[in-house]
Each structure stands twice: as C-alpha cells, then as structure tokens.
Design a protein around this ligand. Structure first.
Ligand SMILES: [Zn+2]
Length: 325
C-alpha cells in the first residue's frame, strides 16, 4: 500500500503538517539546540546498561552531527543559522572519554563538555551501576539478596529492581551491599580496566584541551533531589573544590547525577555562581533554556544511519516523534 497515489497524498499532507508544526514550534520556542548526553565510548560487547556508544557508531554520529547541525558549546550564543544546534556532553568521567572520544572529537574538530564525578578520579573503582550489572550478570537465575533468607529469581528481581533498591544508599553502604551480595552468591568481582574513571593526569590533559570544557557531576554521584539542602550544598561545594584542585579551572555547569534535582538544587547552583544545570530528560533545548540556566538533554543511543536520523528528527519538536503524527 506504500506507493499508491492515496498513500502518497497522505504522506504529503503529513509532511506539510509536520513543516507547519515545526515552524510554529520555532516561532514560539526558538530554534532547537539538541544537547546530547553520552557516557561511555567503548566497544565493550558485554555492556548491558546501554551506556556505551561504540567507536564506529560514535564516529558516524559525529559525521552526521557535523553535517546536519551547527555545533555549539554551552557558553556560545545559541542564536544560530538555519540549522538546529548541537552540543555534546559526557557524564561521569570514564577514562574512555579521554582515550576513545577525544581523539575522534579532535579528528572532526568538535567541542564537548565533560562532567566529572570527582570521587572516582584517579581510582580503579567501577561506578556502582556497572559493578552491580556485572554482579547481576554473574549471579545465576536464582540468587540470594542481602536480608532475605530464600533465593529469589531474576524473573522477580530485574537489574533495575536491584539498582532502585540501592540507589539512595551512601557509597560505603552501596559497596558493603555489593560485597555481601558477592559473598552470598559466590561471585569473584574484580574491577574492570575498561570501566574505570580517568586518572588525574588524564583529567588534567583533558581539561587543558581546547575542545574540552570540564563541568561538575558532583563528588559522590548521589541523586541530589533526594538530599537535604544542607547535604546538597556540601556535595556541590566539595565537587567545586575538588575539580578546581584537580584541573586548576573553575567549573560553570552542573550535570545532574541520575537527572535528580529539586528547587534547592536550582537555588544552590545560582548561589554558587553556576551558569546552568543540565537535566537528563530527553527533550530539546533552545536559547530560552540556556538563558534560564536549565537545559534539557537527549540520551544518545548506540545507533546510526536512518534510525538515528528518525530518532533525532523527533526532538526538533516539543512532542513525540514523527510516527506520532
Ligand atoms: Zn552520571
């Protein structure tokens, strides 16, 4: 049915409708700037969390972004030409950002902002979500949960269930929980090199690089919205201080761990003198967002080509994707 005259007519009507909506949206909201959120750039085939983009796909994405968007920095004026804007950001501070992403960003001369979890810099530790994913992959179909006497099954307890269970623990409690989980289920965990954060010298080299800006991702990676205002303040000031010590540069932006925040977070960010906070909410931004100091971001998936094109087209609107029209 795809190519008969009736369906061509429908497609044309849809396209016109799409263009009208795009125009209306831009007139009201300003031109879109897509702030992309990356985590890991790596070819790790065992990655289960979907946080990685492979090197080949990342390179293809860079080529696509360069061709179709005006590449911007967070600090640039976002009044842009005919094309929509694109800003690249990386969360967490994985070593692969320096080892794998930076050389490709250099190759295409594309700037990016890197948001650093300062407690992890210079350690060989894995982030708790990677550590948990590894343990969950190695615990068998039925396993013991700390605090429960009988074994439970993966059908009843997904990775997400376990992650939610420990998300709000402080880091030492999370480590203790993971250790207990490993003992109960006889798992021999060893931190994997490919999951480590940057070393101090890698972070320093990145911070000096003309294409890189360094920002805050808190010290402990706690969901800020769950902390008291006082504890949020401690967490933010600690990360400001540590990052300054490590890089010798002040940081102007904060990417929210787990996308979590509340009114206190916004208030504190302003008090500390930050220029903005970056959300993790899969929406496009525009100049009004930049000026308000709260920018939406899009979780970048590990695919390219037509699929990527369609995925990104959906974000030039205020709602859904093309298929919803
Ligand atoms: Zn993070």
């Amino acid at each position: 049915m795809k190519n008969n005259p009736a369906s061509l007519q429908i497609n044309m009507t849809k396209r016109l409708y799409y263009k009208a909506l795009k125009l209306k949206n831009r007139l009201i909201q300003g031109k879109p700037v897509l702030v992309f959120m990356y985590h890991r750039i790596d070819n790790d085939v065992s990655e289960e969390l979907g946080l990685q983009v492979t090197l080949d796909n990342f390179e293809q994405q860079l080529i696509y972004i360069k061709k179709n968007y005006t590449v911007l920095r967070l600090d640039d004026q976002w009044a842009i030409d005919k094309k929509a804007g694109a800003v690249l950001t990386f969360d967490d501070g994985y070593a692969d950002n320096f080892l794998h992403a930076l050389p490709l960003l250099e190759k295409y001369n594309i700037p990016a902002a890197f948001f650093i979890t300062t407690a992890h810099i210079g350690t060989s530790k894995e982030f708790w979500w990677d550590h948990l994913a590894s343990d969950y992959a190695n615990c068998g179909g039925h396993f013991y949960l700390p605090g429960m006497e009988e074994k439970v099954s993966k059908a009843d307890y997904s990775y997400k269930n376990l992650a939610d269970l420990i998300l709000n623990f402080k880091n030492p409690e999370k480590e203790k929980w993971l250790e207990t989980f490993e003992n109960l289920n006889q798992i021999a965990f060893k931190a994997r090199e490919g999951y480590r954060s940057m070393s101090v010298s890698e972070l320093q080299a990145l911070a000096k690089h003309p294409l890189a800006s360094i920002g805050l991702h808190t010290h402990h990676h706690y969901p800020l919205g769950t902390l008291s205002e006082e504890n949020q303040k401690k967490e933010l000031l600690m990360s400001v201080q540590k990052l300054q010590q490590l890089t010798g540069k002040p940081a102007d932006y904060l990417a929210l761990p787990h996308g979590s925040y509340n009114e206190s977070t916004e208030k504190l960010a302003k008090e500390i003198g930050l220029k903005g906070i970056l959300l993790a909410n899969n929406g496009y931004s525009n100049n009004a967002n930049r000026l308000s100091g709260k920018m939406n971001r899009i979780f970048m998936p590990d695919f390219t080509g037509k699929r990527l094109e369609k995925f990104l087209a959906g974000f030039e609107f205020n709602f859904g994707s093309l298929k919803d029209l």
